[in-house]
Design a protein around this ligand. Sequence first.
Ligand code: SF4
Length: 316
Amino acid sequence: MDNNAFYFKKINDFLAFLELPLAKNDCFSSSFPIQVPFHYAKKIEKGNPLDPLLLQVLPLEDENIEKEGFTKDPVGDQNATQEPGILQKYNGRALVISTSACSIHCRFCFRKNFKYEPTTSLPSRLDKWLASHPDVSEIIFSGGDPFFTSPSFFEALTESALRHKSIKTIRFHSRLPVTEPKRLEQLLSILKCIPAQKNAVLVSHVNHAQELDEESKTIFNTLRESGFILLNQSVLLRGVNDTVEALSDLSHKLFSQGVLPYYLHQLDKAKGTSHFEVSDSKAICLLENTRTELPGYLVPKLVREIANEKSKTPLC
Ligand code: SF4
C-alpha cells in the first residue's frame, strides 16, 4: 500500500492508529465525513486526545449543537455568486470554486454546507466571464482545494485566467502543502510556468506550527524559487491555537519556511462549528499579547469576514 495516498475515512481506524480509545459510534452521521490523509495523521501525537491537529479533523457530537448565528452560508457565498463556481465579493477580484474536493476534511470548514456545482465546464465559463469583466485584475482559486484537482483540469483552469491581459495577479488558497505535499508535486510543472508578469501568490492555510514539516518547507522553497509570493492565513480555533504561545510559534515557523503570516480569521459561523468559537474579546486580547512577542511583520491581521461587506473587517 502507498501510505502517501492513503486517507483515514473511518473514525475508529483513525483512533486505533493514534492509539486512542475507540468511539462507540463509528458511523458518525454527517454529510461531511471524516477524511484525514496519512501524511497529516503522522504529525498527530499518538495517545494525546487534545492534540491540536487531531482536534481539527476528528468529528465530534458537538457538531450537532444548534447555535444561533451559525448558518449554512456564513460568509454570503450564495449572494456573491455570479456564475456557478464564480463569486465576486470585492472590487477587482473574483473567486473561483475550483472543486468541491479537499484532501482533508477540516471540522471547522466554512464551506462544509456549501452547495457545490459541477466543475467540468468551469474553465470555459471562467474564460467567458473574464472576457466580459475587464475590471477584474485578480483571480483567486479556492474550493475545496484548487490543488486537489487533476493536472489537466488544473492546467485548463489556470490557462483560462492567464490568457486575459486584464489579469495581473493569480492567487491560490490551499492546505495541500501541509496535508499532502506529494500530491502538489504533480502540479509544480504547471505552477512554474506562470509568467513572471502575472504575480503568482500562494496563501497557505496553516493553523498550527505542528502542521509544518520538512515536506512543506521543500514545497514552499520550490514555489518561492519559482517566483511565488507566499502568505498564510489561519483560523483562530478554540483548543487548537488560541494561546499566545501557539500563535507566536506558528508565525516563527512559517517565517522559517519562507511564508509570511497574513490573516488570522475569526471563525466563520458555519452550522456545526460553534465548539471552535473564540470570543472577539479573547481574540483581540490574544493578538495584542502576541504583538509584544513578535516583530511587526510576523503579526497577522485579525479579521472577520462579514457577509455582503466590501472587505474583510479588522477587529483591532
Ligand atoms: S481544506 Fe479548506 S475548504 Fe477544505 S475542508 Fe479544510 S477548510 Fe474546508
